[in-house]
Design a protein around this ligand. Structure first.
Ligand SMILES: [Cu+2]
Length: 120
């Protein structure tokens, strides 16, 4: 039997307006290198906050942060299990969560920007 892995997050609201940036960031972290097209959870970094501030992903799930603010932000786990460089202007950063638990993270440039990923 083939489990129907959800195309859950499908197409958002249509009027998204010109996302022209080709997300061809060279990831250093080995592996597949397919752009985070299928699946995964998107967190927007905008207006000095993470939206949603708490996101839930399954173990093995991917979270992609999209940096849509006019100033650079980072995504850094409080336990330093992952971190991004400063990003902005529509750039993205993806991390795969392989262990269950609650991961708190923040922006190292603006420490008041905090949020949580729940992995289960
Ligand atoms: Cu920031």
């Amino acid at each position: 039997m083939i489990g129907l892995l959800g195309l859950v997050s499908g197409c958002g609201s249509g009027s998204d307006g010109g996302g022209a940036a080709p997300a061809s960031t060279t990831t250093s972290a080995g592996g597949g290198g397919s752009p985070a097209a299928g699946g995964g959870t998107m967190v927007e970094v905008k207006n000095f906050s993470f939206m949603p501030a708490s996101a839930t992903v399954p173990v093995g799930g991917k979270v992609t942060w999209k940096f849509d603010d006019s100033t650079a932000h980072t995504v850094v786990a409080d336990d330093n299990s992952f971190s991004s460089p400063p990003l902005q202007g529509g750039q993205t950063f993806t991390h795969t969560f392989t262990t269950g638990g609650t991961v708190k993270y923040h922006c190292s440039i603006h420490p008041e920007m905090i949020a949580t990923i729940v992995v289960k």
